[in-house]
Design a binder for this molecule. Sequence first.
Ligand SMILES: Nc1nc2c(c(=O)[nH]1)N=C([C@H](O)[C@H](O)COP(=O)(O)OP(=O)(O)OP(=O)(O)O)CN2
Ligand SMILES: [Zn+2]
Length: 148
Amino acid sequence: MIQQIYPSAVHPFQYELNKDMQFAAAHYVPGPGAGQCGHMHGHTYFANVTIAGNQLDENGFLVNFADVKKLIHDRFDHTVLNEHTALFNDQDPRRYPTTENVARTLYELVQDFLDQTPARPRCVQIFLRETPTSYIVFRPAAGGTYGS
Ligand SMILES: Nc1nc2c(c(=O)[nH]1)N=C([C@H](O)[C@H](O)COP(=O)(O)OP(=O)(O)OP(=O)(O)O)CN2
Ligand SMILES: [Zn+2]
């Protein structure tokens, strides 16, 4: 069981759902300053996904916790992040599998899924821990984010 305190996302919605999960994945960071991280190595990533909205679906869910896990855990667990070439790219720093870019990519995957649901709740925060001492918090930019 994952038990961590996460930073709060500020949002105007009544319901806030949080899903914790972990996944084991390997990666290397191709950047010139990556040092040791340029070599293939692995992490047990811990992700916390925060989704918010005002409307529940026909199940009484904001979104099914299991669907959120499927989007991330089932896709990345026991994989090499650099090999997800539709998402990451060794030639483009915006697409290197750094913690920052992985966190943003998780946001994009989750929000794309939510956009296909009738109530279209919003992913308001991704917390992604790569090591016991290093983590990133990604929040979508303000402006246009909470428009509907
Ligand atoms: N801003 C970023 N810096 C670093 C990233 C990153 O994704 N974004 N990644 C790495 C490496 O991939 C590495 O796996 C993690 O680095 P680090 O936290 O330095 O790992 P340590 O376990 O060695 O940390 P200590 O606190 O020194 O034990 C590097 N930088
Ligand atoms: Zn790493």
